[in-house]
Write a protein that binds this ligand. Structure first.
Ligand code: CO
Length: 199
């Protein structure tokens, strides 16, 4: 079987798998490999179905998903943040809603020299969160699912998400960039570190 045929078979198996999908956890080598650039390895309709299914995985679970996290070693990711969070958190994280965005072969290029630090989590590192400093502004260059190139500038929380997902496609986890002493279980984050409404 060729590499392309194997990928097609893997995607069909994923689409047939019960939801919610189990997301690959840290330690699985697929998360540490550089994803293969997307170059038509899947039929157009299958790529469309895969991206749509990745979006359907997100609500209530996360704000981004990269294909290697569901075992597909291609440079594909999706981002969507409906930002239904308390205003305190929205303000602290510069968290504005991010409409659905398809990232095919994405590259995030820093703009300026500013950094912002926010708590991040990852579907592949269940149960934990830690502070990560990332470029405050980036230019995201990618293709959409229809193969159309686009570029956009992102800042604040959306810039963090784009860098987090692009990192996944390069075999990098947010923990690699995190401040180790900030590591917290999500329960303890809520208990001790989450922003509180003003009294
Ligand atoms: Co992640």
């Amino acid at each position: 079987m060729s590499g392309g045929e194997k990928l097609v078979e893997q995607v069909h198996a994923l689409l047939a798998a019960p939801r919610p999908w189990s997301v690959t956890q840290a330690g699985d080598p697929v998360l540490r490999r550089t994803a293969e650039p997307y170059d038509g390895q899947l039929p157009d309709s299958l790529l469309r179905d895969l991206l749509d299914a990745m979006f359907r995985h997100l609500p209530g679970v996360g704000v981004g998903l990269a294909a290697p996290q569901v075992g597909i070693p291609l440079a594909l990711a999706v981002i969507e943040d409906t930002a239904e969070v308390p205003p305190e958190i929205a303000a602290e994280r510069e968290r504005v809603p991010q409409p659905p965005l398809e990232l095919v072969n994405p590259v995030a290029t820093p703009l300026g020299s500013g950094y912002r630090a926010f708590y991040e989590g990852c579907l592949s590192v269940e149960g934990f969160t830690a502070v990560v400093a990332r470029h405050a502004r980036v230019r995201l260059s990618a293709l959409d699912g229809g193969g159309r190139p686009y570029e956009m500038e992102l800042s604040g929380w959306p810039a963090h998400i784009a860098q987090h997902e692009t990192d996944h496609l390069n075999g990098v986890l947010y923990l690699d960039r995190a401040e180790p002493r900030s590591l917290s279980t999500t329960g303890n984050y809520e208990r001790f570190w989450a922003p509180r409404p003003a009294p």
